[in-house]
Design a protein around this ligand. Structure first.
Ligand SMILES: [Zn+2]
Ligand SMILES: [Zn+2]
Length: 181
């Protein structure tokens, strides 16, 4: 029997991140993240309301349920981002995230980037891009530069089927993520 071609590590992890995203209850956008240390997945997270709060798709987050335009009202959004959940879950379980890689379905927001730096994550690999306004992008790039964080895109979903997600899948269909990304 011919030897089956195995997926690359990047394909493998990003594919799993999409499966993780499919568990999200956020009605705005579904994002999945996983933290990898020495090739082992030590934590996963998808975006949604905190433990004890009704799920986003059951009305748990008034902001997501409102008609707030994309990017607006984020300061009162209850949803925890997938990256934050992955970091918090590792903390909760007492698992070190030092020198880890973070694989995520959408480019992280600025806050998740800051938290990743502080969690000792050294590399972020994302699938789908996300655009920020110039001012934020400038701060984002400054943080990347000064922290030494390595960030790269692995556009897995451009060439592979991924589980259906609620949010816009294409980069030009309008930003929605920071509520849930
Ligand atoms: Zn939500
Ligand atoms: Zn975020």
């Amino acid at each position: 029997m011919a030897r089956r071609e195995r997926p690359s590590w990047d394909d493998y992890y990003i594919n799993i991140a999409w499966v993780v995203a499919s568990r999200s209850s956020c009605i705005r956008r579904q994002v999945g993240a996983l933290i990898v240390v020495e090739k082992r997945i030590i934590s996963t997270g998808y975006n949604g309301t905190p433990f004890g709060v009704k799920n986003c798709d059951e009305g748990g987050c008034p902001r997501c349920a409102s008609d707030a335009p994309s990017g607006a009202g984020l300061e009162y959004c209850l949803c925890v981002h997938g990256e934050q959940n992955a970091i918090a879950l590792a903390a909760r379980q007492g698992t070190a995230t030092e020198d880890a890689s973070l694989f995520v379905t959408t480019r992280p927001c600025f806050n998740c980037l800051k938290e990743s730096v502080q969690a000792g994550i050294r590399e972020v690999v994302y699938d789908q891009p996300y655009d920020y306004d110039d001012e934020l992008e400038e701060a984002y790039q400054l943080l990347l530069e000064q922290s030494g964080m390595v960030m790269r895109r692995h556009p897995y979903s451009a060439t592979h089927p991924v589980p259906p997600i609620a949010g816009p899948a294409s980069e030009d269909s309008g930003p929605e993520m920071p509520s849930g990304g």
